[in-house]
Design a protein around this ligand. Structure first.
Ligand code: UDP
Ligand code: MG
Length: 318
């Protein structure tokens, strides 16, 4: 009997927990030779998610929960789930049923075919706003050009991984986690399963436009220093142009004498350079901020309560 842990990050999902559990158990019960355990990571929910989980855990012994002291974000919830998991395989999926449990048997099949990982990919973006789709496509193009990791269009955080891959993911101990990039960075053979986008049944998405924008910037700066190289390149180009312009002006001065007008040129140059300098400082600052946060070495999450016994688990002290 192979053991599979299903990690479910939950933030304000009181309406979804029961339905999620019911639907998912229905599917996993049809799979033979594997035993499933649920690890719900309650990410500091403000509603009754925690009480729901305690109740569920009372009724079903294969239900485990981790509860945070406050909201630390989905990345932290996934990380906590992974570090408490002990199964031979680990599945990560959302609590809102936007990750169809019906894909789990196919994912297990992928693993049996010898893949290290089997992940879902949205083939459509039905039900998503136009702007979000455009920006998301832009992000993938940018990030694939700028970083060494190749992100797959439409990839979601719904996947099964072998223990070996999970341990590799955990070995990347960075505080600011960008899982899509981390999964790609650790390598291993991934099988992609396309599926139709599913709309949320209840509750609402926790992402705001700005939240996603920040996440995208974090994603790129976490995996690449290309933006730094870009500003260096920009700086050298501008210096080069300025040099040519100086020579040109010198010659002009020698030939025609000093010409007084030049106010607009000066103003343009000052504004343009000012803009470039601010941009460069901003980009540089972004990296310094990352160093600052990493160097403080704060824990990724703070656990308030769990029903997982530490004695039997492989959980490593951080
Ligand atoms: N989530 C979380 N912490 C957060 C935000 C979200 O654990 O701070 C969980 C949420 O409960 C859900 C999953 O992450 O299970 C995906 O969230 P959501 O549905 O809001 O994202 P979307 O599907 O819109 O990308
Ligand atoms: Mg969702």
């Amino acid at each position: 009997m192979k053991k599979v842990d299903i990690i479910v990050p939950c933030y304000n999902e009181e309406d979804m927990i029961d339905m999620f559990y019911r639907e998912t158990v229905k599917i996993v019960n049809t799979i033979e030779n594997y035993s499933f355990r649920f690890i719900f990571a309650d990410d500091g929910s403000r509603d009754r998610t925690y009480q729901k989980l305690i109740q569920l855990a009372k009724e079903h012994k294969e239900v485990k929960f981790l509860s945070f002291s406050r909201n630390f974000g989905k990345e932290a919830a996934m990380y906590a789930g992974l570090s408490y998991s002990t199964g031979d395989y680990v599945i990560i999926m959302d609590a809102d049923l936007q990750h169809p449990p019906a894909l789990i048997p196919d994912m297990i099949k992928g693993i049996e075919e010898g893949y290290d990982c089997c992940a879902a990919r949205r083939s459509t973006r039905k039900g998503e706003s136009k702007i979000r789709s455009v920006f998301s496509r832009m992000f993938y193009n940018l990030s694939n050009r700028f970083t060494d990791v190749d992100l797959v269009q439409g990839a979601v955080d719904f996947r099964i991984m072998t223990r070996q891959m999970v341990d590799s993911v955990l070995s990347l101990a960075e505080r600011q986690r960008f899982s899509k990039g981390i999964f790609a960075w650790v390598g291993f053979q991934t099988k992609w399963i396309p599926y139709e986008n599913v709309e949320r049944i209840m509750g609402k998405s926790k992402w705001s436009f700005w939240g996603l924008f920040k996440y995208a910037i974090d994603g790129i700066t976490a995996f690449s220093v290309a933006p730094l190289r870009t500003v260096t390149f920009m700086g050298s180009m501008i210096s080069f142009l300025a040099f040519i312009y100086i020579i040109f002006t010198l010659i002009q001065t020698f030939v025609y004498g000093i010409v007084v007008p030049g106010y607009v040129t000066t103003l343009c140059a000052v504004l343009f350079l000012g803009g470039i300098i601010e941009l460069s400082i901003g980009i540089l600052g972004g990296y310094v901020a990352r160093i600052y946060i990493e160097i403080k070495g704060r824990p990724i999450y703070i656990l308030k309560n769990t029903n997982i016994e530490l004695i039997n688990s492989k959980h490593k002290e951080e």
